[in-house]
Write a protein that binds this ligand. Structure first.
Ligand SMILES: [Zn+2]
Length: 145
C-alpha cells in the first residue's frame, strides 16, 4: 500500500549516466601497453595490480598522482565536461586530451604513452566507476569555484 507510489515511471531517469557512453579517454591507442591496462580496468571494473603496475612503471609520478586523485574522488563529470580537481586548479579532460600546462608543454599528444595525470585519472575513474557525477553545467558552476 505505501509502496504503491513508485511503481510505474522508475525507468524514466534521463539523468542517469549511460554506462555504454563512449569514454572520454579512449581505450584503443597506438600503444599496446596503454590499451592493455585500459581494457583490463574496463573488464574488471576495479583497479587491478597489473594496471597499477603499468601506470606506475610507464607514467612515473603521473601514474601515482592519477591513482591518488581517483581514490580521493577528484574526477568529476558535469553535464558538459569531465574535470579533474588538482591542488591548485581544475582541468578539463576532453577527447583524451587535457587543458593543463603539462599537456601543453611537456607531453607529445601524438604519443599515447605520454599523458598527464589528469587524463590518466579520467581513464581510470570512468572504467572503475569512480567518477563523481554532478547534474550541473560546469560552464555555469566554475565561476563559483
Ligand atoms: Zn592534464
Amino acid at each position: 500500500m505505501t509502496d504503491g507510489d513508485d511503481v510505474g515511471d522508475r525507468a524514466a531517469n534521463p539523468d542517469a549516466p549511460d554506462p555504454s557512453d563512449a569514454y572520454v579517454v579512449p581505450t584503443e591507442t597506438d600503444s599496446d601497453t596503454e590499451t592493455a591496462w585500459r581494457r583490463e580496468l574496463a573488464e574488471k571494473g576495479e583497479l587491478t595490480p597489473g594496471a597499477v603496475d603499468a601506470l606506475m612503471s610507464r607514467h612515473d609520478g603521473r601514474g601515482a598522482r592519477a591513482i591518488e586523485a581517483v581514490s580521493e574522488g577528484r574526477v568529476k563529470r558535469y553535464r558538459d565536461f569531465t574535470v579533474v580537481v588538482g591542488h591548485a586548479d581544475e582541468y578539463v579532460v576532453e577527447d583524451g586530451g587535457c587543458t593543463c600546462k603539462d599537456s601543453a608543454y611537456n607531453l607529445d599528444p601524438e604519443d599515447p604513452t605520454e599523458r598527464c595525470w589528469h587524463v590518466l585519472a579520467v581513464a581510470i575513474a570512468e572504467r572503475i566507476g569512480e567518477v563523481d557525477y554532478h547534474e550541473m553545467w560546469y560552464s555555469e558552476v566554475r565561476d563559483f569555484l
